[in-house]
Design a protein around this ligand. Sequence first.
Ligand code: ADP
Length: 785
Amino acid sequence: MSKLLRYTIVLFALCQSAFAMTIPVHPVAKNGILDLRSAPFTNKIELNGEWLFYWRQLLAPGDKPAANPKLVNFPSLWNKWDKLNGEELPAYGYATYKLTILLPKSHGELRLSVPDVYSAYLLYVNNEPAAKNGKVSTTAENFAAHWQYKTFDIAKTTDTLRLVLQIANFVHSKGGITKPLYIGDKEVVRLDRQRDEAIDLLLTGCLIMGGLFFFGLYLFGNRDKAILLFSIYVIVYSYRIIGIDNYVLHTILPDLDWRITVRLEYITLFAGIGLFGLYSRYLYPVDVHKIVVNAISGICFLFAGAVLIFPPYYFTQLINPFLVLMIFCLVYIPYVYLLAYRRGRPGSIYSLSSSISLMIVFAISLFHYWGFIPQLQVVSFLGYVSFFFLQSLVLSHRVSFALKSAQNQAEQGLKVKTEFLSTMSHEIRTPLNSVVGMSHLLLKNNPRHDQREQLDVIIFSANNLLAIVNDILDYNKIEAGKISFEHIEMDVVAIARNVVNSLQVSAEDKGITLKLVTDEKVKSKVLSDPIRMSQVITNLVHNAIKFTPSGFVEVSIDVLEQSDSTIKLKVAVKDTGIGISKDKQALIFERFTQADSSTSRGFGGTGLGLAISKRILELQNSTLQVISEEGKGSVFYFIQTFDKAGESLPEKEFKNQLPKQGKPFAGIDILLVEDNPLNVIVAQTFLKRWGAAIDVAVNGQEALARLDLSKHKLILMDLHMPVMDGYQAARIMREKGIAIPIIALTANLPDEVRQDIAAAGIDDIVVKPFLPDELYSKVWHHIFK
Ligand code: ADP
């Protein structure tokens, strides 16, 4: 609130100082004579005071008046005077005002400015017509109204100015003049007007651009009605800056018909407030009283409608009841904003501050309208600018708030999707574990030839299913930005060799040659993520085999550049397969896209492999590229620069020391913690085959109870179990100082659980569905290391 207070004080201070500056002390006319012989013309001087007044006479200079003049206070509305000769003057009528101004014998160049009057005038200066607005006449038929600022110079030699001002009105509910005429140094008057025009034009430009901006935001954004109403309000209100008071628009377009401009002036006032009411309603729908706001806006639009239908004489009189409504709004709208602020609505501090600016602007225009203060254009300008600026902040805040919540929702949605997919994959992997495990077991039980073939099909299909689940999970993770890369020592050639070896069988099955060609210059190991590298090369080779009916697939690794610390490699997978047409080459890197929709039917696949590989490489500053010709084959390649690893140690291949046959785990007790009976059977069967003795616990709590350190050498621990999960069980064991090796059996991807596993003190992971070899080597490693 203190910010608000300071803001208000500053505005008031500005208001006061500007007010003081704009009220010059100057001579006043007496008996129709204004003596300016000793006046300085460095400031504009108002030609106010007692003027001679001839009612119902349009006197040209030299004309004999039909009656004696009255002395009236100038400027003022004749229909607001108490009485003239005992009669109250109507708004409609015509009259002549006269003033003689005495100037110094010699003076600089002077200029006189004439404002608009109600509603037409003709001014003579020293017998010559000097300025006019519309057409004065004694009858309504010959009369034409017009409002426009006029100014003219006064010859240096003139020491007396005889002003004869004819005013006529047959259209407005006011008659006479309310704004003063000014005289002053030519430059002062000119600059003064220029400043007024500049301020009005500047503000109008700002408002129109701001309004159009918000209109665009509404059209192309979230279709928020508050934004639409604000944009219309701003554009409508911009007319009031340029089309009233100084009538800058009329200076630019002097031929604009008065009947149109006067209507625009009133419509923009009435409709403007109505629009602002509606805008506030949509801005803070819960905080406004709907009936009140609807009533305010309704009356405003009704008034605006009346302007279109009725003649100016009638609709100009609506201003008084409208002022009452406006004063009510001046209290009610800030009250709504205060409520919104108290209730913590987003951006409401700005609405509240803006309503203070608006109150100041309206107060100034009201007091100015009542003639208590001058126009105070600079203060009004500042007030308007801060009002619109603060309201823009309210809306910007609103838009960004909406965007943020949409973003949160999207993030939430993504989270839910990721969780769903990871649960799904977990659920799919668990039964797959039994399928794969049991099939492997059956294979080892000397099946008949035809049974072996059927088992191969089962294992092949299960592995395919697993690959699809893994791909979806992987892509999901990449999309969610959850992928991280290791920066560890790896041997690119060894990785490529492993991939080639593992896919050799499928290549042979198709009758194609799969070979690896490596550059001899690749000597040292590099630092990168071996798992991801293997994933990318596997994907490419797998595709190459899949899409090559005959011929060969060649994996090549070439050194493009190398220094002491870095090496730039080109890894390419070339095939003599079906190739990809030019127009499809960019598409295949998109997710779920295949070059030909018949592909998935003919060759299988989800269309995710290349998208994943591409993203993995991009995240490591490399790009996956393709050169391909339909019917001839394709080359998929990427170029990546790696940091070289230091002097590399010979790889610890404990696998080589593994006994391949027999019962290496004879006499060893393993505690298997697993709640799924099928998984228990699978793991138990393998471990028993290798000679181990198995105790089974169905959850973490039971594991804690059954663990016998004098007997058990290793724990195989499922992670998700009822009562107590694997993490907690492991954590409790480690807290008790139990150092037995624990291997997690999980259906999650290793990346997903790696951190939690490490935190729980678990030593290793075997991912379900496990390959017997992997389980075997990991158990062996942890028992005999
Ligand atoms: P999937 O292989 O699961 O369909 P990918 O993202 O790995 O998904 O590949 C997308 C598409 O790119 C494939 O469906 C295929 O049309 C095309 N494609 C990929 N590799 C090759 C290749 N070596 N030869 C021909 N077409 C290929």
